[in-house]
Design a protein around this ligand. Structure first.
Ligand code: HEM
Length: 114
């Protein structure tokens, strides 16, 4: 069971890398179109995050309020990533794109500092 928790956390961290890496690559390219890494990364984070939120065996259980805040942030990120994709937008505004990256960094900050 302990291995399962560690494996989930590992996939959760890889999802974070995929999401932030996809976002940064596109932002630096100057063509602000949501890419598959961002789409997959946002889904992986919500799915692995929800499973990790179960009362799994570990020394200290995460604060439920922290998990609710993280869930709301991650859902907002997923919506902001998926809507332009579903609407087949060729590009998003700079403000929209910066907000996605900012929310990803805030969510990681909540995970680490709270
Ligand atoms: C973009 C979205 C997300 C990002 C960037 C993110 C980031 C992170 C990071 C960096 C960690 C590792 C913290 C550490 O080990 O010290 C972590 C752990 C964790 N995250 Fe997320 N997360 C996201 C979404 C979610 C969601 C939606 C949930 C559930 C509601 C969630 C629940 C958890 C839990 C429970 C852990 C702790 C794992 C453990 O200690 O066993 N995360 N997250």
């Amino acid at each position: 069971m302990e291995f399962l928790v560690l494996a989930l956390r590992y996939i959760h961290l890889i999802g974070f890398a995929i999401l932030l890496g996809g976002w940064l690559t596109t932002y630096l390219s100057g063509r602000l179109k949501v890419n598959p890494a961002m789409l997959w990364g946002s889904l992986i984070q919500v799915i692995t995050g929800v499973i990790l939120s179960a009362p799994l065996p570990r020394d200290v259980q995460p604060d439920p309020m922290k998990l609710i805040v993280k869930a709301l942030l991650a859902i907002a990120i997923a919506i902001m990533v998926w809507i332009p994709h579903i609407k087949k937008r060729e590009s998003s505004s700079k403000g929209h794109f910066l907000a996605i990256g900012g929310l990803v960094l805030v969510t990681a900050g909540v995970a680490v500092f709270w």
